[in-house]
Write a protein that binds this ligand. Structure first.
Ligand code: MF3
Ligand code: CO
Length: 249
């Protein structure tokens, strides 16, 4: 599939979809508390998405059984909500997405629950900043892998492990469209960025080694060394100038 260029009408729908998702995330961020289960978070997120008249796009995606991915500590992404209780000192990555009038949005945030160590706070800060370093390159005329290289250059200074098995992606009338967007250095330049491309940029960064494995549930991706992992993602729009971050209010 080729990279889709969205029309002005489609861009407007993407903006709406993403703005609603930003609101869902802001509310989830306020609600997350020690003592809740990961399933509680899923229920709140699912209700919020539907309260805006939207549909959760993760639910039933390739058989994924929930609306929000909730990944705790050493879980990297795609944690399946269940009975796990959120404790003080945990970090919790929430990945959510929705469909509004046929258009998908996708974003992730990692939250500290109560006090976390300086080291863990730095991991979260660097993961978020990696996104912003990446999108400094997200300009028409640059190449896609300029984004990947900028993320890698920034994160590597800290000695963290950049997850390689999962990558960012194009997004639009499908959750996952071309192109794939690695968070690590590429030998090639990749396709040229053009106005009207909508992309989900999502660094997944491990405190320790980059290696990950899948749990027996076939979804939950965990850091092999058991150390914490963070995730930060927004859907963006390539324009003639600075990129628009569609999933931030
Ligand atoms: N943001 C996630 C991704 O791009 C969405 C996963 S949907 C799921 O991989 F259903 F696979 F969990
Ligand atoms: Co994504």
């Amino acid at each position: 599939m080729a990279i889709t260029i969205k029309s002005e009408r489609e861009i407007q729908l993407m903006r709406e979809s993403c703005k609603i998702l930003a609101k869902v995330h802001d509310e989830l961020g306020k609600q997350i508390k020690p003592g809740m289960t990961t399933m509680d978070i899923n229920r709140i997120g699912d209700d919020l998405i539907r309260s805006f008249g939207c549909v959760p796009n993760f639910l039933d995606y390739n058989g994924y059984p929930a609306s929000i991915c909730v990944s705790v500590n050493e879980e990297v992404v795609h944690g399946i909500p269940g009975k796990r209780v959120i404790n003080e000192g945990d970090i919790v990555s929430l990945d959510a997405g929705l469909i509004y009038k046929g258009y998908h949005s996708d974003a992730a945030r990692t939250y500290a629950v109560g006090q976390v160590s300086k080291e863990v706070q730095q991991l979260m800060d660097v993961t978020k900043q990696a996104f912003f370093e990446g999108i400094k390159m997200a300009k028409a005329g640059n190449h896609l892998f300029d984004i990947s290289n900028a993320i890698d250059d920034y994160v590597s200074q800290f000695g963290y492990g950049i997850v390689r098995e999962l990558v960012g992606h194009g997004i639009g009338t499908h959750l996952h469209e071309d192109p794939q967007i690695p968070n690590f250095r590429q030998a090639r330049r990749g396709p040229k960025l053009m106005p009207g491309m909508t992309l989900a940029i999502e660094p997944m960064i491990n405190m320790g080694r980059a290696d990950v494995e899948w749990l027996d549930d076939d979804w939950t991706v965990v850091a092999e060394d058991g150390l914490p992992s963070a995730h930060y993602e927004n859907t963006i729009l390539i324009t003639d100038g600075e990129p628009e971050i569609l999933t931030l209010l």
